[in-house]
Design a protein around this ligand. Structure first.
Ligand code: USQ
Length: 379
């Protein structure tokens, strides 16, 4: 099988490449190092040192065929898909920060344009070049927002004025970033309807963790962001505990979100690649568990106090975002279980690993102290 990973240099892309290489798959990858550049612009860097793409490839004995370029450039995408004729394309090459998308009109437009165009480029390249490719697209659980009813996998039955229909579940994303993914979702649904494209749309929760089996085997780390723009909540909490700073819980901390470990994210993507739909548009709600932020802060404190002999404080900051602080939350994740998903690594297994990895990079973390406090405000 030939798999093309768009965004192969990223937090998910690189460990996915390692897994596929070890599974004997021909791995092709593209990246324009957008995340490396944007993270530098906010005066940050990966909290765990990572190799350049050239170093990664040479340490892997050239088992990744790498193309440098931007997926929002249609010529680049057409050339790639024409040359490689991949069996699957995994699209991870989008602007992936909700805060970044909320900084200004410029960053909002950049996010919407880059993300929507990149998915459209893939859709049209696959259709025009008539290549029977499985498109695996990274969406977000945040597309759904936090409705006061259960969250199904993409679609649900609606009864309204004595009639009923099976419809797309309403999407109520809470940032321009999340809305860019909503547009992608609708664009993929239409592409499947008109041209029978083969699509797995992955609504992924917040990923946490620093290690997968192959990161251990090769000793090649993936990036780990902790700054207020690019770091996600649990990775940030663990970093803050190592720095000896209060955990930055935004608002009341009763927000609930879906989570999964990096190991589980890679496991799920591999399962999805091995189970292509039959020219359907298929949705996977990709998460292991949902937790409140207060619960997660409590668990990080518990482990950091014990392992690093700390007395971690949990801080409550005014919420820089506009989001519900107290809400119902009940999403399902049945489709992954149907293709064999079982949790690979729990929160209790991952937290000690993260604490040790970050503690061994403590000086690097301390140099990032001034990019931790939230500065990007929704209002
Ligand atoms: N939060 C804190 N403290 C922090 C950082 C965040 O309390 O220091 C809160 C936020 O207010 C929010 C929650 O934690 O309520 C999650 O925020 P996040 O920054 O970890 O995640 P989010 O912006 O929602 O986006 C991330 C990824 C995105 C992915 C998404 C899944 O960046 O790519 O799609 O998680 S989900 O959250 O389900 O939308």
């Amino acid at each position: 099988m030939k798999v093309l990973i768009l965004g192969i240099d990223g937090y998910i892309g690189f460990p996915l490449a390692l897994r596929l290489i070890d599974n004997g798959i021909d791995v092709y990858g593209a990246d324009n190092f957008y995340t490396r550049k944007r993270v530098m612009e906010v005066k940050s860097k990966s909290a765990i040192r990572i190799n350049s793409m050239n170093e990664r490839i040479s340490k892997l004995n050239n088992r990744i065929k790498f193309y440098r370029g931007d997926v929002s450039n249609s010529k680049f995408v057409y050339d790639l898909i024409r040359d490689i004729k991949p069996d699957a394309v995994v699209h991870l090459a989008e602007q992936r920060s909700a805060p970044y998308s909320m900084i200004s009109l410029k960053t909002a437009n950049e996010t919407l344009e880059k993300n929507i165009k990149s998915t459209m480029n893939i859709i049209y390249a696959v259709k025009d070049l008539k290549i029977d490719t499985h498109i695996v697209k990274l969406g977000s659980m945040g597309e759904y927002g936090t409705p006061n009813i259960d969250i199904p996998e993409g679609f649900f039955n609606v009864d309204y004025n004595n009639r009923n229909d099976y419809m797309v579940f309403p999407r109520m994303g809470q940032s321009w970033y999340h809305l860019s993914k909503v547009f992608d979702t609708y664009n993929l649904i239409l592409a499947n309807k008109i041209w029978d494209l083969n699509v797995s749309d992955v609504m992924q929760g917040v990923v946490y963790g620093s290690r997968t089996k192959e990161i251990n085997k090769y000793g090649l780390f993936t990036r780990f962001d902790i700054d207020e723009v690019y770091g996600t909540v649990l990775n940030r909490f663990v970093a803050e505990s190592v720095m000896g700073d209060p955990l930055t819980v935004y608002g009341e901390g009763n927000q609930k979100r879906t989570f999964l470990s990096l190991e589980d994210s890679i496991y799920c993507l591999n399962l999805i690649l091995n189970n292509p739909p039959d020219h359907e548009y298929k949705v996977y709600n990709q998460f292991d568990e949902y937790y409140s932020l207060n619960y997660l802060a409590g668990r990080v404190k518990e482990y950091a106090d014990e392992i690093l002999d700390k007395n971690v404080k949990i801080g409550h900051l005014e919420d820089p975002r506009v989001e519900s602080g107290n809400h119902y939350y009940n999403p399902v994740n049945e489709n992954l279980k149907k293709i064999g998903y079982r949790r690979q690594r729990s929160l209790d297994e991952e937290l000690p690993l993260m604490l040790r990895d970050l503690n061994s990079n403590k000086n690097r973390l301390l140099s990032l102290r001034n990019v931790i406090r939230p500065k990007t405000l929704w209002k």
